[in-house]
Design a protein. Structure first.
Length: 583
């Protein structure tokens, strides 16, 4: 169990002023990473001083916290501060210099970031100087491009304990890159002409906070750069590595619920936007899907297809979803009532053919977007639980524009106390490969590879109209699907993704008193749990739920993988050394 200290009073103070408080998103980052955690107020933590790994996300001014945490680390525990020293300079072995609003990290020679390739663009953090003897990793580059010697991570060793600092405001960075800023005007176009997003159409990519120069890469010399590397996902991997290192340092056994069932490393997803609603194009698409043997999600733009075509799509196991049209050039507009009207029209068409009772997935036509999180609120009120409008619309901004290929839960605004919302955002990586102006086949394969390397979802959009108009798109489609399968991906619909993600959130795994304890609100088959490589093999009665056990490499670390079928309730599996300490 990880312990997070958070001063909620500070958050309430900001909310009362109408200011955003990003810190609570740290809990979501831990949850998505598969770690069990407990949130403590400063007073409650001080009274209990729970053993293990404690993350400081906010303190109060009442105590000599630095001295307290020095004693805590000397007693065989670990401290981690994120984004700030929280006046724990002495305990951390650093001297705080100043705060920083934006920057990048150079990880040259860093073991902690080995194999990670993104620019590590961040928003919010602290510059520090490390004391002699304190280990450092990475160096911060300022927003003006100036390199510094200020470390990104520090690590101070204690006898049996440790104190570490991650200088980046992880929660703020995740939220800003994933969600972008409010779309109230056209975005700034790329200087090379490959991302002319100033097209007088407000879209999700107009709110991107990423840098056209420092955050993009080209596949080959002279090629068009795009967002090839998932910054948020690589920050997550770095965070996971850091937590594993701290737990190992203090001899604690930490359990992690893996992202996917059955030990899967990643998942693929195909969606379609039915622009034009040409039945003959849809038939071509369905034939290709049947040939490939996969199911996909069909985002239907109104007025939709003939009933006979709907029946075939549903009969062949594909998902029906909405393609909300708010393009003024097509006589539509950005409005919740119109969104609900289009959703109701599709739902009525489904009812007429005995189709799905509820439409749960949406992607906006041309990835239209306005404002901040208002559209997510429309989705919540309408029963849409999976949204796919975050992505690029130009040749030069495809890829990981949202910094991630993991479906994530957005954070609401300050008026809503920055709550975690009840609709997943699943970014769209690229359109219609191998159409060169959109995404070449080599680019698509790289995006798929990178999605696998960060254990996410490789989501590609294929328009039936494009497939019908270009002979090479159909063959390229099959090539990409087969390539994904060769890499170990399975192809799921959006609804399948949602159902698994929701089930996974109901499961928690900890190691306590020498037992692996899995708490599940529902039956969960194929649950995958990771343990440190030196964790003892499970034995005894609890082992009946374990289907397989083997060593794997995950997140750049050797770990022990268990695949289990767990019942509802608490499952306790004894480890060989029942006296082993635990987190």
């Amino acid at each position: 169990m990880i312990h997070v200290i958070w001063n909620e009073k500070q958050a309430v103070h900001r909310w009362n002023q109408g200011r955003d408080e990003y810190t609570p998103y740290l809990f979501e980052i831990l949850k998505q990473s598969g770690f069990a955690y407990t949130v403590w107020s400063p007073e409650a933590w001080l009274n209990s001083r729970p053993q293990g790994v404690s993350i400081v996300a906010g303190l109060d001014p009442r105590a000599d916290w630095s001295g307290i945490f020095e004693d805590y680390c000397r007693s065989g525990n670990a401290l981690l501060t994120i984004g700030d020293t929280h006046s724990l300079d002495a305990a951390l072995g650093v001297k705080r210099v100043r705060s920083i609003k934006e920057g990048w990290i150079d990880w040259s020679g860093s073991a902690l970031a080995d194999g990670l390739r993104s620019s590590f663009h961040f928003f919010g953090g602290t510059l520090v100087k490390a004391e002699e003897g304190v280990e450092t990793e990475g160096a911060v580059t300022l927003s003006n491009g100036s390199p510094t010697s200020h470390p990104a991570v520090t690590f101070k060793a204690y006898p049996g304990g440790a104190a570490a600092l991650l200088s980046v405001d992880l929660a703020r960075t995740f939220c800003l890159i994933q969600q972008g800023i409010s779309v109230v005007k056209d975005g700034v176009p790329s200087p090379d002409g490959s991302g002319l997003i100033n097209d007088d159409i407000w879209k999700a990519d107009d709110g991107s906070v990423l840098d056209w120069v420092r955050d993009r890469n080209a596949l080959e010399a002279g090629g068009i750069p795009f967002y090839m590397h998932p910054i948020v996902d690589e920050f997550r991997l770095l965070f996971i590595r850091l937590l594993h290192r701290l737990s190992k340092t203090v001899s604690r056994t930490m359990a992690q619920v893996w992202f996917w069932p059955e030990g899967l490393e990643a998942v693929g997803h195909i969606s379609h936007d039915t622009d034009g609603n040409a039945p003959e194009a849809a038939e071509v698409m369905l034939d290709r899907l049947k040939e490939a043997g996969i199911k996909s999600s069909w985002c239907i733009i109104m007025p939709g297809y003939p009933e006979a075509l709907y029946k075939r799509i549903v009969a062949e196991g594909h998902e029906m979803a909405l393609h909300y049209n708010a393009l003024e050039s097509e006589g539509c507009y950005w409005d919740e009532e119109l969104f609900n009207e289009q959703l109701a029209a599709l739902q009525s068409q489904m009812a007429a053919i005995g189709g799905p009772a509820h439409i749960k997935t949406n992607k906006n036509h041309y990835l239209r977007w306005e404002g901040d999180v208002q559209f997510y609120k429309w989705c919540e009120r309408a029963g849409i639980v999976f949204e796919q409008s975050k992505g690029g619309t130009k040749q030069g901004n495809k890829g990981f524009l949202a910094g991630t290929c993991h479906p994530y839960l957005p954070m609401s605004d300050s008026a809503d106390r920055n709550r975690i919302m009840k609709v997943y955002s699943n970014p769209t990586l690229a359109w219609d490969p191998p159409v060169p102006i959109r995404c070449t086949m080599p680019e698509a394969k790289v995006l798929l590879d990178r999605s696998k390397e960060v254990y996410g979802v490789a989501h590609f959009l294929y328009h039936p109209a494009t497939m019908a108009a270009h002979d090479n798109v159909g063959s390229g489609f099959l090539e990409l699907l087969r390539y994904g399968e060769e890499q170990g991906l399975v192809w799921w619909t959006a609804l399948e993704l949602y159902n698994w993600l929701e089930l996974r959130r109901t499961v928690q795994a900890t190691v306590e008193d020498g037992y692996l304890r899995i708490t599940a609100e529902r039956v969960c088959k194929g649950l995958t749990v990771l343990l440190p490589p030196d964790a003892a093999l499970p034995e005894g009665g609890g082992a009946a739920v374990i289907r397989s056990e083997r060593m794997v490499n995950r997140c750049g670390m050797p770990l022990r993988q268990l695949i289990l079928d767990v019942p509802q309730g608490v499952t306790s599996i004894p480890l060989r050394e029942a006296s082993a300490a635990a987190v």
